[in-house]
Design a binder for this molecule. Structure first.
Ligand code: PMP
Length: 388
């Protein structure tokens, strides 16, 4: 039996898979079982910001594996303490406490629960095309009906308003609203950055009406958009900050960052067996060091701007728009994006979709220009061959 047939037989079946078995990665490249090399613009869906198998992260993981793997938050731990301190340094505004968990959706769940505790209210205003995860609370905030419909009834009290529309947000946020939950650049919803004025208006609205602002930076965090956190681009700080993906350099980890206004979180309010485990903490510490020492947020800004110009220069009538921030890029097509992703794979480039017509690229932030150029050339060729 091949790897593929074994997976097909025993997997849950919730994923649509591409016909490749990836077995190894290094930097911005991965290899399949036949030894074929790919430029990786998937990066674990925006996880491998430092590239695959960064030696400093690999070493920290190996060392921690031989020191202590399990240590729940019933006890204190040296790696965890250091990570909490580092997180407080890199996160925006007055976010200086953290609930550590294991994924993005859990980071959102934590934020939703803490917002209820702090405000004594239960309503949440989220955005159309927003994506926040698939557990039942986060799913209630996720917009796409094809994800939500099979699971109704979901958590009550969630409404969705058009993204980047101040007027509609003003009508939706009231004295019963616990929180407004948004992404700065909508990722799964099509790589759509919102405007600074929109987020500043949301901040004001929340302050006026006693609601909390939850910013979901699971996809945009840790340098992806050219800043440590995308909210720095728009001059707005959150009360609750959701993190995941690139946080621990590839090891599963998420966190809910908590600002000073968020009160009422006491013993027993929430918990996670694996939350804050020393392995993930050691990996995250090493990842944060790499992001800082290799100045990856600034690199994402520079490489992203250059890559964007290169993509905008592609002369194809199939391209409607190139959007994004830093190394979070979306190409809105006039055709379905999945066949393009499949064709790019044949050309040795791994890419993502975001919705049905957006080609999404989330390369590691350490990627060299020659690999981005290889990606752009492949996109150019594949689009040319799909014009007819
Ligand atoms: N929020 C955002 C903005 C995301 O992009 C994602 C994942 N794509 C999530 C939450 C959920 O993260 P996870 O898949 O780790 O649960």
């Amino acid at each position: 039996m091949t790897v593929k047939t074994i997976e097909e037989q025993y997997t849950s079946g919730v994923y649509v898979k591409r016909d490749r078995t990836i077995v190894r990665g290094r930097g911005a490249r991965v290899w399949d079982e036949a030894g074929r090399e790919y430029v990786d613009c998937v990066a674990g869906i925006g996880v491998a910001n430092a590239g695959h198998c960064h030696p400093a992260i690999a070493e920290a993981i190996a060392e921690q594996a031989e020191t202590l793997l399990s240590c729940p938050e019933l006890f204190y731990n040296d790696r965890r303490a250091r990570l909490l301190e580092r997180l407080a340094e890199v996160t925006p505004g007055d976010v200086d406490r953290f609930f550590l968990c294991n994924s993005g959706t859990e980071a959102v769940e934590g934020a939703l629960k803490f917002a209820r505790l702090a405000t004594g209210r239960s309503k949440v205003v989220a955005a159309m095309r927003g994506y926040h995860g698939r557990t039942l609370g986060a799913l209630s905030a996720t917009y796409d009906k094809k994800y939500r419909r099979p699971f109704v009834p979901l958590v009550p009290g969630f409404t969705h308003v058009p993204f980047d529309n101040v007027e509609r947000a003003e009508k939706a946020v009231d004295e019963e609203t616990a929180a407004v939950l948004v992404e700065i650049v909508q990722g799964e919803g099509g790589v759509r950055p919102g405007s600074p004025a929109y987020f500043q208006a949301l901040r004001r609205l929340c302050d006026e009406r006693g609601a909390l602002l939850i910013i979901d930076e699971v996809q945009t965090g840790f340098g992806r958009t050219g800043r440590w956190f995308a909210c720095e681009h728009v001059g707005v700080t959150p009360d609750l900050l959701c993190m995941g993906k690139a946080m621990a350099g590839g090891v599963p980890m998420g966190a809910t960052g908590i600002g000073r206004r968020v009160t009422g979180i006491g013993p027993g309010a929430h918990s996670s067996t694996f939350g804050g485990n020393p392995l993930a903490c050691a990996a995250a510490l090493a990842a944060l060091d790499v992001y800082e020492q290799e100045a990856l947020p600034a690199r994402a800004a520079e490489m992203g701007a250059r890559f964007r110009r290169r993509l905008e220069a592609i002369d194809s009538r199939l391209i409607r728009e190139v959007r994004g921030l830093g190394l979070m890029m979306g190409i809105e097509l006039r055709i379905r994006a999945m066949p393009i992703v499949e064709a790019l794979m044949e050309e040795g480039v791994l890419a993502l979709t975001a919705g049905s017509t957006v080609l999404r690229l989330l390369p590691p932030l350490i990627i060299e220009w020659e690999d981005l150029e290889r990606g752009a050339e492949a996109i150019e060729e594949v689009l040319a061959s799909h014009e007819h």
